[in-house]
Design a protein around this ligand. Sequence first.
Ligand SMILES: C[S@@+](CC[C@H](N)C(=O)[O-])C[C@H]1O[C@@H](n2cnc3c(N)ncnc32)[C@H](O)[C@@H]1O
Length: 276
Amino acid sequence: MLAALKKYLMIPRLVRLSAGAPRDHHVAWDRFWSSVKTTGATGDVLWDSGSDHEMQGYVHRLHQHLDPRLPVVDIGCGNGSFTRQLAALFPHAMGVDVSAHAVRRALSESAGLANVSYLVRDMTAPGAGGRLGEELRLLGGGAGAGANVFIRGVLHVLGERDRHALAENVRAIAGADGRVFLAETDFQGNAVEYVSHLGATLRSIPSPLEGAIRGLPMPGRFGAKERNLAFPAGRWELIEDGPTTIETMPLSHPTRADLIPGYFAVLKARNWEKFP
Ligand SMILES: C[S@@+](CC[C@H](N)C(=O)[O-])C[C@H]1O[C@@H](n2cnc3c(N)ncnc32)[C@H](O)[C@@H]1O
């Protein structure tokens, strides 16, 4: 019992670390990405496992529900590790991120790939989805009917109002024919349990985890309840949802990805023709 409670002695350190994070989340994300020197399994980015294993687990659902003739937009693409994998499945993959430094890195990591493009955009800003849909059509990537949307690990770092704003932009991109695939962490525990799960102990915190705690907004959980609030049933039809696993870079073991319980959903815009 006492041993189980010992991890809570970490709290003062966690509070000290997170006190330094910029209050403006967009500034926080851009500062984080500007500090990233390397990515992948041994890099600085906690959620980039450097492997395609997690994506391979999504592929059959993407094949089953998303029209492979439509382009795909990867919202909150970071360094583009999933955007590049999506480019193998769709005619065009466009990554969008609020951080200019993330997009710069995604561009350099994607050099040589012809059907990938990136944009810096706040996807919670009013009208961002409509403008992006237009740009996609100009690129020749989209039929008038819309595009598919992929979101991984973004909604759980946003507050409720921003999730809803982002969902409305997603609706403008998806249109009548696009489908939305989202995968988010849905850890059932408090912040101390979360960081302990990812290898933090009283003695040490893995460096990529420490970097995230120090610089970024505190993540929340995103499951069926949160999805229903952000993507309400009057606006969205739920095609499929359930548990999934989000993979991070190796933290508590030298070579094995760490696993975070997650939630996935596939959605389509309801009544798009009547209420675009
Ligand atoms: C945890 S990372 C996930 C990155 C990527 N989806 C992946 O799984 O590798 C969250 C990303 O969302 C981006 N982001 C946060 N708020 C955003 C917003 N309002 N609009 C667009 N991107 C945003 C951050 O800059 C960051 O790259």
